[in-house]
Design a binder for this molecule. Structure first.
Ligand code: BGC
Length: 511
């Protein structure tokens, strides 16, 4: 398999630079969604405005700023709360037909289900949704992208406490009721697999819980808590899907899914052990979340390795899951990495894949060019097997690539930050292999670049740039990068932005 990647890589090297591989929207099926994504905490700002309450990330960035690379927070971020209309204009110029964003739970229900619905929060998302639809842009809405009201976080221990399930069901119901007449695409959770591992295994996201050898947190159990948290997420998800399907879907005509993080794992060597390790890593990444949703239980490998640390579903819970399948699966795919077996050979067992008894490595030579985000390499050809794998295993569901994007170091000089040739090559390469998967029969409905604009990149603060648009965080000016112009050319079929347009910073919301 490792060999096949290398052959495809060689083919791609011929395809991508010089850009004559795939470069037209028309190479994708009719009705395909093409968009860009963001999430509420990463861009909205207005962190205490119009009755919004504090969420877990507000509290974390204020009380533990030392854990954020530049010590900063999302208090203002991209000020999207006030500049959303200009941001919709940017999307319109870009030519996207969909926009993926998330709703801030603390803006809608500042005190959870025991408090009032915040009408100002509802009004904000109504304005955003209406502005999008006026421009022919479909809202693709995530209900939960890492942030939850601080009060619920303390009351339930976040996703560790079973009580959070009722809270999520209540919150999602408020959203379906308020926005579902106009929203055709709902997702319950963004990347519960990655989020819970960062929260409860590695302890690097709030509430920073972990245990040795993963880390030295003040509390936590890395061997148990990630699985408890995901169990609660899955049951929250299923309850929300049941409610949507029973009470809303027929009259609103939308669809509902879930988004997972998905790397592609290639075996480090052709040994049976490494081949099995790659398969096992995938199972602990993808099947952990999707098998319960499609088949009613966790995968066998996980049960064998984790035994009683992995919770059990009651038969009632299995039915809840099985009777309320998703309409689609969102995949956030950025990279491919080599998997090395740790059952038959010694490894450091304190990293992201350790629970699967796998060590992930970039290999030597490296599997692809590194990006600003550690552990993320440019391996466009990994898109195809990733999509084919999910398509094959979960046959009924349409797949959306809900995130795919390239990160630059903020310290890069301005000219290179703007002339982001690497991002153009990255996007074009990944789209080439996505289209190849579609030609081979994969059922894919859309693709979203991460991200529309530079934003608050969690533990990295503002030090890492993912945007098609550069954002000056002092003036809030958004400026199209070369990649934005390339995407527009790809989407509209017309030439790229004119030189004048490209040079002129986009109108500021406050001017
Ligand atoms: C998350 C985004 C994040 C991106 C880049 C994904 O894991 O959903 O919120 O900004 O990756 O790190």
């Amino acid at each position: 398999m490792a060999v096949s990647v290398i052959c495809i890589a060689a083919a791609l090297a011929v395809l991508v630079p010089g850009a004559r591989g795939l470069d037209r929207r028309a190479d994708f099926p009719p009705g395909f969604l093409f968009g860009a994504g963001t999430s509420s905490y990463q861009i909205e700002g207005a962190y205490l405005e119009d009755n919004k309450s504090l969420n877990n990330w507000d509290v974390y960035t204020h009380t533990q700023s030392g854990r954020i690379m530049d010590g900063r927070n999302g208090d203002v971020a991209d000020d999207h709360y006030h500049r959303y209309a200009d941001d919709v204009e940017i999307m319109h110029n870009l030519g996207v037909n969909s926009y993926r964003f998330s709703i801030s739970w603390a803006r809608i229900l500042p005190r959870g289900r025991l408090g009032e619905v915040n009408s100002a929060g509802i009004a904000f998302y109504n304005r955003l949704i209406d502005a999008l639809l006026q421009k022919g842009i479909q809202p693709f809405v995530t209900l939960n992208h890492f942030d939850l009201p601080h009060e619920l976080d303390t009351r339930y221990g976040g996703w560790l406490g079973g009580g959070i399930r009722e809270e999520f069901e209540y919150y999602s119901n408020v959203c379906f009721k308020a926005f579902g007449d106009r929203v055709r695409f709902w997702t319950t959770f963004n990347e519960p697999n990655m989020n819970t591992k960062l929260q409860f295994m590695l302890g690097v996201y709030p509430p920073n819980r972990c245990s040795p050898p993963f880390g030295d947190c003040s509390g936590g159990d890395s061997h148990r808590e990630p699985y408890t948290a995901v169990h609660n997420v899955l049951l929250s998800h299923a309850a929300a899907v049941r409610n949507y399907k029973t009470n809303y879907q027929a009259k609103q005509g939308g669809s509902i899914g879930i988004v997972i993080a998905m790397k592609w794992y290639e075996p480090l060597t052709n040994s049976t052990e490494d081949v099995r390790a790659a398969r096992r890593a995938q199972s602990f990444e993808v099947e952990w979340i999707l098998d319960p949703i499609f088949f009613g239980d966790y995968p066998r490998e996980m049960r064998e390795i984790l035994s009683s640390n992995l919770p059990n579903f009651t038969s009632e819970e299995k039915n809840l899951l099985l009777l309320n399948k998703v309409d689609f699966i969102g995949l956030n795919h950025y990279t491919t990495i080599y998997a090395k077996d740790c059952i038959y050979s010694p490894c450091e067992l304190s990293t992201y894949e350790s629970n699967a008894l796998v060590y992930a490595t970039s290999g030597n030579p490296q599997i692809g060019k590194p990006t600003a985000l550690g552990g993320y390499y440019v391996v466009p050809e990994g898109m195809e097997p990733a999509v084919m794998y999910v398509n094959h295993r979960y046959k009924d569901a349409t797949i959306y690539i809900t995130e795919n994007g390239y990160s630059q170091h903020g310290s890069t000089n301005m000219a290179d930050l703007m002339n982001d040739v690497e991002r153009v090559n990255y996007l074009q390469g990944y789209l080439t292999y996505l289209s190849s998967a579609i030609r081979k029969g994969a059922n894919v409905g859309g693709y979203f670049v991460w991200s529309l604009v530079d934003n608050f990149e969690w533990s990295f603060g503002y030090t890492i740039k993912f945007g098609l648009y550069h954002v000056d965080f002092t003036t809030q000016e958004r400026t199209a990068r070369m990649s934005a112009k390339w995407y527009r050319g790809f989407l509209t079929g017309s030439s790229q932005l004119t030189d004048d347009e490209a040079q002129e910073p986009l109108r500021r919301a406050d001017s």
